[in-house]
Design a protein around this ligand. Structure first.
Ligand code: HEC
Ligand code: HEC
Length: 391
């Protein structure tokens, strides 16, 4: 009895707190919409700054022992240039005239934060990517995303450097959350935004309007195309000395065209179709054996053991603790199958083209059951969770 009373008391206290929070929240929303209407866009004179931070093409060959520390990401990445065996491009090493020609062409092709453009404004899948859509998207981005993902999409907004894992840097044209390859379709981006990325500071944006959602996705694609064109050109310029301004412009334009075509291709990625996974002890035993052969080398101790790998940005990313079900992407059977078949190229998790369909299904069933000891047959459970008392 006393339990139910105190529970009720707890609930009503929570309710009061919630009502109070809602009032504060509503006042906040009112303030936000007021301040948004006061200053919803960027100053038309503002240009995107040129890229100054290091581009890591080849990270150190020894796997990292810890996550890349927060607070000084750009210094850490630039520091790799001094490690033997790495390949790092420092934009400052490119001649000033070449960098100026690069930025001038980027301005022409991609506009400014207030008036963003893309080279090819044909829709990407079902997504309009017109200047009007992009201008609207830039305003949503400024309000909801800029503090983490940054003005140029570099992941270094005001809060970005202090968040672990770091907010995604869109400028490589690479994403971890895509069912195939390293570029999502607009539908996949929509899903990431609606669901968020569990276990990270990327929250679920499930309350913003469909119009704002489409606009901000178009804007992310714009930032990504712009950043990718800049990176590709900088890498070429760093390798070839004495490139004429006209040649620089041609290089940027070619890179922008390629990026636009790659986004068009990613939009054709078929939607995941539901799959049925095998059940029962035998399937889980087969999945366990396949995991031991194909996955354990990276997913040490199934994730019990902390381990890290360099990703496509040169950042040391933590491998998930699969025994806790730490997945950043959805956990439907179809998501698991796509992950295992296609890998996560931007995280350097390999694809598995040579596994049979039945093997992928067994692996998916096992990977999903890793966080459910009650589902595992005793022999497999003992291998996966060797010391249950330590839990
Ligand atoms: C509080 C910081 C924060 C805010 C605000 C934020 N993000 Fe993120 N975002 C992150 C983090 C952290 C990740 C996860 C990175 C990872 O998986 O390692 C992420 C991931 C993403 C991804 C997936 C990247 C990938 O590799 O697949 C997309 C797309 C994205 N954010 C877009 C947005 C957009 C658009 C907004 C605004 C509507 C936004 N984010 C707001 C921090 C933030
Ligand atoms: C070369 C190393 C490597 C191998 C081999 C590897 N993985 Fe991964 N895996 C990773 C990394 C790195 C991540 C973390 C990606 C991130 O979030 O940055 C990951 C993440 C995952 C995730 C979480 C996905 C999510 O949505 O967050 C699952 C599930 C997974 N791996 C399963 C497997 C399975 C099953 C195999 C074997 C078929 C496998 N991995 C082989 C490196 C590897």
């Amino acid at each position: 009895m006393s339990l139910s009373v105190s529970r009720f008391g707890w609930v009503s206290a929570r309710l009061a707190a919630l009502v109070a929070a809602c009032c504060v929240g509503l006042a906040g929303v009112a303030w936000l919409s007021w301040s948004a209407s006061e200053s919803s866009g960027y100053d038309p004179a503002l240009r995107y700054p040129h890229r100054a931070d290091a581009i890591v093409l080849q990270p150190p060959s020894v796997e990292p022992h810890d996550a890349t520390p927060v607070g000084n990401l750009t210094t850490t990445l630039a520091g790799y240039a001094d490690v033997p065996g790495t390949l790092v491009v420092l934009p400052g090493s490119v001649a000033v005239e070449e960098r100026e020609a690069l930025t001038a062409t980027l301005d022409t092709l991609f506009g400014t934060p207030a008036a963003p453009r893309v080279l090819d404004s044909t829709p990407v899948g079902d997504l309009a990517i017109s200047p009007t859509q992009l201008a609207a998207g830039s305003q949503v981005y400024r309000r909801l995303c800029n503090q983490c993902h940054g003005l140029t999409g570099n992941g270094q907004g005001n809060a970005g450097d202090w968040i672990h894992p770091f907010p995604r840097d869109f400028r490589l044209g690479k994403f971890k959350i895509a069912s195939k390859g390293s570029r999502p379709s607009p539908g996949e981006l929509r899903r990431v935004l609606r669901e968020g990325v569990p276990g990270t500071r990327m929250q679920a944006y499930d309350l913003i309007s469909e119009a704002d959602m489409n606009a901000v996705i178009a804007y992310v694609i714009h930032l990504s195309q712009r950043g990718e064109s800049e990176v590709k050109t900088l890498v070429t310029l760093a390798n070839d000395e004495g490139t004429e301004p006209a040649e620089v412009a041609a290089l940027v334009t070619a890179a922008a065209n390629r990026s636009a075509a790659d986004w068009q291709a990613a939009a054709l990625t078929p939607k995941l179709t539901p799959v049925t996974l095998p059940t029962g002890d035998d399937a889980l035993r087969r999945g366990h054996a396949l995991f031991t052969q194909n996955c354990l080398s990276c997913h040490a101790g199934y994730g019990h053991a902390e381990s890290f790998r360099y990703d496509a940005w040169g950042v040391a990313a933590k491998l998930p603790d699969l025994t806790r079900g730490e997945w950043k992407w959805g956990r439907t059977p179809a998501d698991a199958v796509a992950r295992i078949r296609n890998g996560i190229p931007a995280a350097n998790m390999p694809a598995n083209p040579s596994l049979t369909d039945a093997e992928v299904l067994d692996l998916a069933a096992f990977a999903l059951a890793l966080s459910r000891p009650d589902l595992l047959p005793a022999d497999v459970r003992d291998a996966v969770h060797p010391d249950p008392d330590a839990e």
